[in-house]
Design a protein around this ligand. Structure first.
Ligand SMILES: Nc1ncnc2c1ncn2[C@@H]1O[C@H](COP(=O)(O)OP(=O)(O)O)[C@@H](O)[C@H]1O
Ligand SMILES: [Mg+2]
Length: 325
């Protein structure tokens, strides 16, 4: 399960259509299962595409919609019947063969679209933002459902989404795209823990991206945030010069006892406001010099704190990722 992730307009659909063969690349090649298919027409690529709007035939029954691809391929009726039945079982629609598609809910139509794509046994299943027309609760259910179907058929899938949470939960590998280019590829944990640029650091999860300069003194490397604050870094080799230090809100803590350990930086700031989300909260702190830092607290740690008061942020030396821009 590969997820193409990026903001709207970055080229995800175009790339998916290029894989399916509906779009011709001006340069580069498309390889499927070890074969160069750049010049192979779409109907010979054995890919199946599921669209955001499902693109079903509203006046046909569920059966006719799902059987369509097999009829085009001139399968015998008997085999069509058993293949359709099998796939409807799999997507949880058995017994609804005779229903009209236009009488079904969004979630059911989504399952019909999935069944129609899967019934031809494609070598790659291509899904273009398939969940974005469903309400939030159903979207979560369908994530798990699609993932388990994909696992049980052991099929390769390329899943397009602009939703980072969807990508993190569904993907084995994520391809992050920005302005028509692939900017990073990796497992969910990898791209979250080690973003390779500020775009990725910001797009996946929340990051504090601080601009400043990497310098070195007698005690080792440090990062001087624009405006003055200093962050002592882990002794590892860090190239000197201008950089961005990206740190996750959950890597930081607020100091309540006034006791930074030897391996922590203590940065004074002013608490500007708190975003309270129930199970967690984000505290927005202004550092000396004007940079803002978000600090996350979870569960029982979440406390109401006085606004406009001085506060100290604890920053472990090993926290954060150094980025070149
Ligand atoms: N590699 C590319 N080269 C040139 N134009 C592109 C490329 N990728 C996307 N586009 C153009 O950018 C626009 C948005 O692309 P689209 O694939 O619809 O983005 P997304 O699905 O991520 O929202 C389209 O007009 C498309 O033609
Ligand atoms: Mg798109």
């Amino acid at each position: 399960m590969l997820c193409l992730l990026g903001p709207s307009g970055c080229g995800k659909t175009t790339l998916l259509r290029t894989i399916a063969g509906f779009e011709k690349p001006t340069s580069g090649q498309v390889w499927l299962g070890g074969k160069d298919v750049t010049r192979t027409p779409p109907e010979k690529r054995n890919t199946a595409l599921v669209f955001q709007n499902y693109a079903l035939f509203p006046h046909m029954s569920v059966f006719e919609n799902v059987a369509f691809g097999l009829k085009v391929r001139r399968w015998p009726m008997r085999e069509i019947s058993s293949a359709v039945k099998e796939i409807l079982d799999l997507v949880g629609l058995s017994g609804l063969e005779r229903r009209w598609v236009k009488q079904m809910s969004g979630g059911q139509q989504q399952r019909v679209a999935l069944a129609r794509a899967l019934v031809i046994r494609p070598s790659v299943l291509l899904l273009d933002e398939p969940l974005s027309n469903l309400d939030a609760k159903l979207r979560l259910e369908m994530r798990t459902h699609i993932k388990s179907i994909q696992r049980s058929l052991n099929i390769t899938a390329v899943f397009v989404t602009h939703d980072q949470e969807e990508a993190l939960t569904m993907a084995d590998r994520i391809v992050i795209m920005h302005q028509g280019r692939v900017v990073q590829v990796g497992a969910p944990r990898e791209v979250y823990a080690t973003p390779n640029c500020t775009f990725v650091a910001d797009f996946i999860g929340k990051s504090n991206c601080l601009r400043g300069i990497v310098a070195r003194d007698a005690d080792g490397p440090l990062f001087i945030v624009n405006g003055g604050p200093r962050v002592r870094l882990e002794g590892a080799a860090v190239a000197e010069g201008e950089a961005v230090l990206a740190v996750r809100p959950e890597e930081l803590r607020l100091d309540d006892r006034g006791a930074a350990s030897e391996t922590e930086n203590a940065l004074p700031g002013i608490l500007m406001h708190t975003t309270y989300l129930g199970e967690m909260a984000y505290h927005h702190v202004r550092l000396e010099g004007g940079s803002m830092l978000m600090v996350a607290e979870y569960g029982k740690q979440v406390r109401e704190r006085a606004i406009d008061e001085e506060i100290v942020i604890l920053w472990p030396r090993e926290a954060g990722t150094m980025l070149r821009s």
